[in-house]
Design a protein around this ligand. Structure first.
Ligand code: ADP
Ligand code: MG
Length: 715
């Protein structure tokens, strides 16, 4: 296995390599032909910059060689010896897989079998048989009782000593660890010092990017391997910081640009909307009043509103959205209110009828369930401008929907919508004001940094008179008692959710009996809840099946819903007074909080029961204790951050939409805030980023945009 086995003739030699720049295509590196270049491109590695920013995801210790006589099963080891002939044969169980094996003979003649299930493509035909090698892998017991090394990595001794801490990369097809590492080191030599970061020299505080990259690809012997693997080394922080600086700069610039964008001014007299507020059967919370005046001020301006309403579950965001919609209508415009599911859209439509029905404002519903004549009529009246307010799902974004006087678009549970959908809503009305709403629990300061391109209103107060949800922790052994409590609750006319982590039981373990939707539903039907109607809900059901299960639960046709976490989204079932969360220790606190928000929406005192698995660690139970101590999303989020648990601060999808490769939202929360401040102060120094010192920053922003990240879509 030589590191660079395909060299094309016309590649630059060592001297010319110094002329390479970070933007040079990898194909110009010695050892990279068209096939390898294509494989790298598949992984997003096109230039030398991409290559050196392709970080190891793991580090191995190859420094200690274990004698073959001293191996113990289960250990991950490095052994040395001479590699015999490698033979391959089809596996009996699966014909398309081939089992490869070879014998490694150690110093004193001890032999060890090496086994690969499917030889990695880059090894095929290039195994250094007959050479002295190091082999690194896990020791296991073979079927015949002896020891073997499974799926080992090989390194010929002729390549020299391995690095003390060996980086392990995610590999492009047909490129091995040794080759990739060698290519990266060569690229580092050529261009690491030419990398210009986003942070201007004069405010620079950390390592240089080039030094940080060298450290990460070739850590010194005394580096902290655990910190490297957790992404917590100083070098990681340097990369994250530079990335954050560019990101925050981009957001701040976008916010300035958006503030200048033309938008429909909703400045007419506030007659309907203010009368409606005065006639509401309850008093607005102070937070609702504040949000309403902030939104009102935005809407009056002849500029497009881009505002995020961030509020705890049950905080009353819908009411604020209705008020904004009424403002649009009384100013002669139309409003569209979009929700991620049909049920939520129906729910909003129904609440609107209940709260605003007597205003005589034409409002309609447009989801996939609305078909035939009703659909045609809705589309027609929308297009003519006669329909003032429309509630809907993605169905609103279809090409044929026309809303000619769209003055306001509301996106509820915006984190559930893709970037693309948000862009489409804006396309419906280029000058329409946009209000996004989310109940993602996130501390205020972090929200301000992550959504720095948007205006934010916080709804951090629950309406009065809510009976707080009582949260209790039980053990799996108490399930019988919990079921009796549920039965009592149901007999009183209430409804209950059971949330479990998986859809079906896995075969291997019998102890999973209550961890799956199917098993739990079965158990409840046959046992304590036999007299009630039970429905299931999970991600593998078709959308229509999911909706109909949820609908049956909402309408009371079933009293128990056994579900996976798909139940999370903002549905409001006032009669639901109990939620039981099985294996609660598996979830992040923020997610538990959202689940808990499914109950406590009506008059009945509600309960949330967190069921800890048998044998779950005390630290996990302590973490669940936060749920008892904290009732608001902000408190939970703060604790979640502090404890740095599995953390699901923002859904994975949302994180994926951010152009942040090196930043952990939870891990680096503090940093995010600091770098926002740094970016803002730099923009005051160099407002248009015109000075030479901002050259790196300009480039970083351009690169972010080039990678398909549109700033208007971050929120
Ligand atoms: P979320 O912010 O989670 O979307 P909703 O808008 O669904 O919350 O509101 C939850 C419930 O609280 C609804 O039933 C709503 O009518 C009610 N509500 C909203 N504002 C108030 C208020 N100021 N006083 C009392 N109840 C309110
Ligand atoms: Mg809501």
């Amino acid at each position: 296995m030589r590191a660079n086995s395909i060299d094309s003739a016309a590649k630059p030699g060592d001297a010319a390599i110094r002329a390479l720049s970070p933007d040079t295509p990898v194909a110009e590196l010695q050892g990279v032909g068209p096939k390898r270049a294509a494989a790298m491109a598949e992984r997003g590695i096109v230039t030398l910059r991409d290559l050196i920013f392709h970080l190891p995801f793991r580090y191995e210790d190859w420094s200690a060689v274990t004698p073959i006589e001293k191996l113990a099963p289960g250990a991950v080891v490095t052994v040395a010896g001479e590699l015999g002939i490698v033979t391959e044969r089809p596996m009996r169980s699966a014909r398309w897989r081939r089992l490869a094996h070879a014998v490694l003979t150690g110093e004193r003649g001890a032999k060890l079998r090496l086994v690969w299930f499917n030889l990695p493509a880059y090894m095929r035909g290039r195994l250094p048989s007959g050479e002295k090698v190091l082999a690194h892998g896990r020791v296991s017991e073979s079927a015949t009782g002896g020891l073997e090394l499974t799926q080992p990595e090989l390194r010929p001794l002729s390549m020299g000593e391995p690095p003390p801490i060996r980086p392990v990369y995610r590999l492009p097809a047909s490129i091995g660890q040794n080759l990739l590492a060698a290519l990266i080191l060569r690229a580092l030599d050529a261009v690491a010092d030419k990398i210009v970061g986003a942070i201007p020299e004069e405010i620079h505080r950390d390592l240089k990017l080039g030094e940080a990259l060298r450290y990460l690809h070739a850590p010194p012997a005394d580096a902290d391997r655990a910190a490297l693997e957790r992404g917590e080394s100083q070098a990681h922080q340097t990369l994250a910081g530079d990335e954050l600086f560019g990101f925050e700069l981009a957001l701040c610039l976008e916010r300035e640009r958006a503030a200048a964008r033309a938008g429909i001014a909703l400045a007419g007299a506030a007659q309907v909307s203010s009368r409606w507020l005065a006639d509401l059967p309850f008093v607005l919370t102070a937070a609702q009043s504040r949000a309403i005046s902030e939104i009102g001020r935005d809407l009056e301006q002849p500029r497009q509103m881009n505002r995020m309403l961030l509020g705890d579950v049950g905080g009353g965001k819908t009411l604020v959205a209705f008020w904004a919609a009424l403002r649009a209508v009384e100013c002669g415009c139309q409003a569209a209110i979009m929700a991620p599911t049909e049920l939520l859209a129906e729910q909003h439509h129904a609440s609107f009828q209940r709260l605003c029905g007597n205003l005589g404002i034409p409002a309609g519903l447009l989801t996939a369930r609305v078909t035939g004549a009703a659909r045609a009529a809705t589309m027609r009246t929308l297009a003519s401008g006669a329909l003032s307010i429309v509630f809907g799902t993605h169905a609103l974004l279809q090409d044929r929907v026309r809303i000619p006087r769209l003055g306001l678009g509301v996106i509820d549970e915006q984190h559930r919508f893709g970037v693309f959908d948000r862009a489409r809503l804006k396309a419906l009305g280029a000058e329409a004001n946009v209000l996004m709403m989310t109940a993602t629990p996130i501390p205020r300061s972090l929200a301000m940094s992550l959504f720095a391109n948007l205006e934010i209103s916080f709804l951090d107060e629950l309406p009065p008179g809510r009976t707080p949800v009582t949260t209790t922790i039980f053990s799996e052994d108490d399930l019988g008692r919990i079921e009796e409590m549920a039965a009592e609750e149901l007999r009183a006319g209430n409804r209950a959710y059971f949330v479990v982590p998986q859809i079906e039981n896995s075969d291997e373990t019998g102890e999973d009996e209550v961890r799956s939707v199917t098993a739990m539903a079965e158990r409840l039907r046959k046992g304590a809840l036999g007299e009630f109607k039970i429905a299931v809900l999970h991600g593998k059901m078709r959308a229509t099946e999911k909706e109909s299960a949820m609908r049956a639960f909402r309408d009371g046709a079933v009293q128990v819903l056994v579900a996976t976490t798909v139940v999370e989204v903002g549905i409001d079932v006032a009669e639901a007074s109990l939620i039981v969360i099985i294996a609660a220790e598996r979830y992040g606190l923020a997610q538990l909080h959202q689940l808990r928000g499914r109950v406590g929406r009506g008059r009945a005192a509600s309960r949330c029961i967190l069921v800890a698995s048998r044998g779950c660690e005390t630290s996990a139970i302590d973490r669940l204790g936060v749920m008892i101590a904290c009732s608001s999303g902000a408190e939970v989020a703060r604790e979640d951050l502090r404890m740095r648990g599995p953390g699901d601060l923002l859904g994975a999808r949302q994180t994926g939409a951010l152009p942040l490769k090196f930043v952990g939202l939870v891990r680096d929360a503090r940093m995010i805030e600091n770098f926002r401040a740094l970016a803002e102060s730099w923009l005051r120094t160099d407002p248009g980023l015109k000075s030479p010192a901002s050259q790196g920053a300009r480039r970083a922003i351009r690169r972010m945009l080039a990678h398909g990240f549109s700033l208007g879509d971050v929120g």
